[in-house]
Design a protein around this ligand. Structure first.
Ligand SMILES: NC(=O)c1ccc[n+]([C@@H]2O[C@H](COP(=O)([O-])OP(=O)(O)OC[C@H]3O[C@@H](n4cnc5c(N)ncnc54)[C@H](OP(=O)(O)O)[C@@H]3O)[C@@H](O)[C@H]2O)c1
Length: 254
C-alpha cells in the first residue's frame, strides 16, 4: 500500500522523499527524489518533513515508530494502519502529534482507490489539506468527523475489493457447474465484473437502474435475482457480513 502511494506521488512530480523500510527489496523504490533507508535514524539530521506516512503493518507499529518522535513538532503523521487509533499512534510517538488516520483500499495500486480519513485533534487545516493532497494521489478521498466511522468504512471499502473478487470466483465456479469450459467460465466471470464496474463508472444511472435495465420481467436474470433475494437471503448475509467485519475492526482498534 505504501508503494502504491509512492507511485501516485511520483506521477504527480514528487520532489523529495525518504522511504524507511528495512526489507532488502525496498531499494527498488529508490529513484529521482526518493532515497531508501533501512531506519529513520539514518535520515539527514537537518531533514524536517512536512508529512510522515505510516504504512507498516499494525503489529510492526511500535517498533517502526521509535525513530519519529522528534518530527512531532513539524509533521503531520498520516497512518494507514488498519485498526490503529489516533490515540494509539499518538501514544507510540509521544507528545501531542498531529495524526490523520486513513483507510485506503487496494484499487489504490492503479489510482482507483477510495480513502476515508479522520483528522485527530492536533491536525491544522493546512495539514489536513496536505494529507488530502497526498491521499488523493491514489484515488478519491472522503473525510469523516468521527473516528468510529472508520470501523464500518473498513468493512465496506477497505474489505470491499475482496467481496467483489469473491463474487468473480463464485460466478466462475457457477459457470463450471453449468458445464462451461474452464477458460470460458473464467473469461466470462472476469469480464462481466470488469465491464459492469466500467459501465457503472461511465454511467450517470444508479446501480439499481443499471440492474433493472438487465432484468426483463419473467426473464432469466429475474429468475436468478428471485432466488438471490428469496427470504431476504443475499441482503441478510451482506448485512451480517458487514456487521461482523465492523465489529472485528472495533475489536482490533487500539
Ligand atoms: N492491503 C490493504 O488492503 C490495506 C488496506 C488499508 C490499509 N492497509 C494498511 O496498510 C498497511 C500496510 O499494509 P500492506 O498490505 O501494504 O503491508 P506490507 O505489504 O507488509 O507492507 C509493509 C511494509 O513495511 C515494512 N516494514 C516492516 N517493519 C518496518 C519498520 N520497522 N520500519 C519500516 N518499514 C517496515 C515491511 O517490510 P517487510 O516486508 O520486510 O516486513 C513492508 O515492506 C497496514 O497497516 C494495513 O493495515 C492495507
Amino acid at each position: 500500500m505504501g508503494s502504491a502511494l509512492l507511485a501516485g506521488w511520483r506521477e504527480q512530480g514528487l520532489t523529495q522523499a525518504y522511504v524507511i523500510d528495512p526489507s532488502s527489496d525496498a531499494q527498488s523504490l529508490a529513484g529521482p527524489g526518493v532515497s531508501v533507508l533501512p531506519e529513520a535514524g539514518l535520515l539527514p539530521p537537518d531533514f524536517i518533513p512536512h508529512a510522515v506516512i505510516l504504512a507498516v503493518k499494525p503489529q510492526a507499529a511500535s517498533a517502526a515508530l521509535q525513530g519519529y518522535g522528534h518530527f512531532v513538532e513539524s509533521a503531520v503523521f498520516v497512518s494507514i494502519m488498519a485498526g490503529k487509533t489516533v490515540r494509539g499512534v499518538a501514544q507510540l510517538l509521544g507528545g501531542n502529534p498531529a495524526v490523520v488516520r486513513a483507510m485506503p483500499n487496494t484499487p489504490a495500486a492503479i489510482g482507483q482507490g477510495i480513502t476515508v480519513a479522520f483528522a485527530g485533534p492536533n491536525v491544522s487545516n493546512i495539514q489536513q489539506e496536505l494529507s488530502s493532497r497526498l491521499l488523493s494521489a491514489v484515488g478519491s478521498v472522503a473525510w469523516v468527523k468521527e473516528e468510529s466511522m472508520l470501523d464500518p468504512v473498513t468493512a465496506i471499502s477497505g474489505g470491499g475489493p475482496a467481496y467483489v473478487f469473491l463474487l468473480t470466483e463464485l460466478l466462475e465456479q457457477a459457470g463450471l457447474d453449468q458445464g462451461l469450459p474452464p477458460d470460458l467460465a473464467k473469461m466470462l466471470a472476469r469480464q462481466t465484473v470488469i465491464g459492469s464496474a466500467a459501465l457503472l463508472a461511465a454511467s450517470t444511472e444508479t446501480p439499481e437502474a443499471l440492474r433493472v435495465a438487465v432484468t426483463s420481467p419473467g426473464g432469466t436474470t429475474a429468475e436468478a435475482l428471485k432466488l438471490l433475494r428469496a427470504d431476504d437471503a443475499l441482503p441478510k448475509i451482506f448485512r451480517s457480513a458487514i456487521q461482523a467485519a465492523t465489529e472485528r475492526s472495533r475489536e482490533l482498534s487500539a
